[in-house]
Design a protein around this ligand. Structure first.
Ligand code: SAM
Ligand code: SF4
Length: 441
């Protein structure tokens, strides 16, 4: 098979998309494509898109606009758009950019061979956006970015319809992957010296609800914990409404499940949470944190939060600031609310002006920075096992980084190549975002 075909792929958005791209690259590899970083030299351009916030969508449309010149110079280049924006926009993409050749939705990611076949056999403006009856990635070629840590999608889609969010419309209803398929993939990874897996789902706590087998998320973690060779199990995202005491016990009892929970709060105001359709109030959320912390020592809790949801008053925003002061998250992903046309919240009155949203965002970022710095400084002098997963990005000689079980990045130096190893490091310095350590022999 010829290896001369070149694929340029750009991935936007979440880890699900990153993992989808790994499957796309794997399948296209079998069809003779190898990766190029040079878009001008490619035969196939793929944009794996996101549309959770309007700004990303605008950025992608502007990139599609720039690709028009490449298509003019070289009309044989094939341009495809996939991911959430493809599902949301469908024909609109062809209307705005008629030179796009094909689009496909996230659920068609395992169907690349037939999609590319159809496009090459002259199916102009090809759309493949149907949902599939079950979620399977079985025997699908995959080219993983890392040889140490692997993303594992355990479910796709979402049934929750938070009023601000497009995901249920772009990724479809919740579908869990079968237990045996997940276990055999992870066993295979462990046999191939992978040390860590990162389980992905929009709401991992509802894993298995749609399966005939009676395996819930806690049971899945227990089964994965027994796999030989695997060192660490991580997962994201947990929805507070489905977070169970059973899961707290499982995290505590399974030695490979890391002491880190990402539990999006979204707002500290019960009024706003109700308008967001999150199905919990702030007292319920705080109680989960209390249960987690009183049962598991040294657990890190991170969160997602949004400012400027329609109707968010100064008092509501202060509720968020106060919740942050009280809970003291290890880290927070902070977002400005963005109106999405499919989502119900875009119809709500009292939209918050952008200037005020930005002001609130910075107040929250600054507060979180103080909290993260305060938490991290207490770690100085302590010793942690870290899984070394990167060499210095800045090409600093002998510099490596890895993560603690609590998902904190630790930078350290070593003359020996320790990539993929679990090593002991003593923390000697900290900032809000990074820990610096020295290797303990
Ligand atoms: N399923 C996860 C959950 O429920 O927490 C989150 C998935 S979502 C793709 C990631 C984050 O994006 C959300 O937690 C939320 O904070 C943010 N997000 C989603 N829709 C948004 C919007 N319309 N504007 C701003 N941020 C948004
Ligand atoms: Fe979006 Fe809510 Fe589903 Fe998360 S749980 S993906 S925020 S609808």
């Amino acid at each position: 098979m010829t290896r001369k075909l070149k694929l340029f792929i750009k991935t936007f958005g979440c880890q699900m998309n990153v993992n989808d791209s790994e499957y796309i690259i794997g399948q296209l590899g079998k069809l003779g494509y190898s990766i190029t970083e040079d878009i001008a030299k490619s035969n196939l351009i793929l944009l794996n898109t996101c549309c959770v916030r309007a700004k990303v969508e605008q950025k992608i449309y502007s990139l599609i606009g720039k690709i028009k010149d490449i298509k003019k110079t070289n009309p044989s280049v094939i341009l495809g758009i996939c991911g959430c924006m493809a599902q949301k926009e469908k024909e609109n993409i062809f209307n705005r950019a008629p030179y796009v050749d094909f689009i496909f939705s996230p659920s068609q990611v395992n169907n690349l061979e037939s999609i590319i076949g159809a496009v090459k056999y002259g199916n102009n403006k090809y759309i493949s956006c149907g949902n599939t009856p079950e979620f399977s990635l079985k025997n699908l070629p995959v080219k993983r970015e890392s040889k140490i840590s692997a993303w594992i999608q355990i479910m796709r889609g979402c049934n929750n319809y938070c009023s601000y969010c497009v995901v249920p419309y772009t990724r479809g209803p919740e579908q869990s992957r079968g237990v045996s398929e997940i276990l055999s993939e992870v066993k295979d990874l462990a046999d191939n010296k992978y040390k860590e897996i990162y389980l992905l789902g929009q709401n991992v706590n509802s894993y298995g609800n749609d399966l005939s087998q009676s395996v819930d998320f806690s049971k899945l973690l227990e089964l994965l914990n027994d796999i030989n060779g695997l060192e660490r199990i991580r997962f994201t995202t947990s929805h507070p409404k489905d977070f169970s005491f059973d899961l707290v016990k499982t995290i505590k009892n399974c030695n490979k499940v890391c002491n880190h929970i990402h539990l999006p709060i979204q707002s500290g105001s019960s009024k706003i949470l109700q308008m967001m359709n999150r199905k919990y109030n702030i007292d319920y959320y705080k109680n989960i944190i209390k249960v987690i912390r009183s049962n598991i020592d040294d657990i890190a809790i991170t969160t997602d939060v949004m400012v400027g949801f329609p109707g968010e008053s100064e008092d509501d925003f202060h509720d968020t600031l106060n919740a942050f002061k009280e809970i003291e998250f290890d880290e927070a992903y902070t977002f400005i609310y963005s109106n999405r046309e499919n989502a119900i919240a875009s119809l709500l009155p009292d939209q918050v002006p952008l200037g005020l949203k930005k002001e609130r965002l910075w107040k929250l970022i600054n507060l979180q920075q103080e909290i993260s710095a305060k938490i991290n400084i207490k770690l100085e002098g302590k010793i942690f096992y870290i899984l070394v997963d990167k060499k210095s990005k800045k090409n600093i000689e002998n510099q490596f980084s890895g993560r603690t079980g609590t998902n904190k990045t630790v930078v350290f130096t070593s003359k020996q190549d320790l990539l993929g190893k679990l090593v002991k490091v003593k923390i000697i310095k900290s900032t809000a975002w990074t820990l610096y350590g020295e290797l303990i022999k």
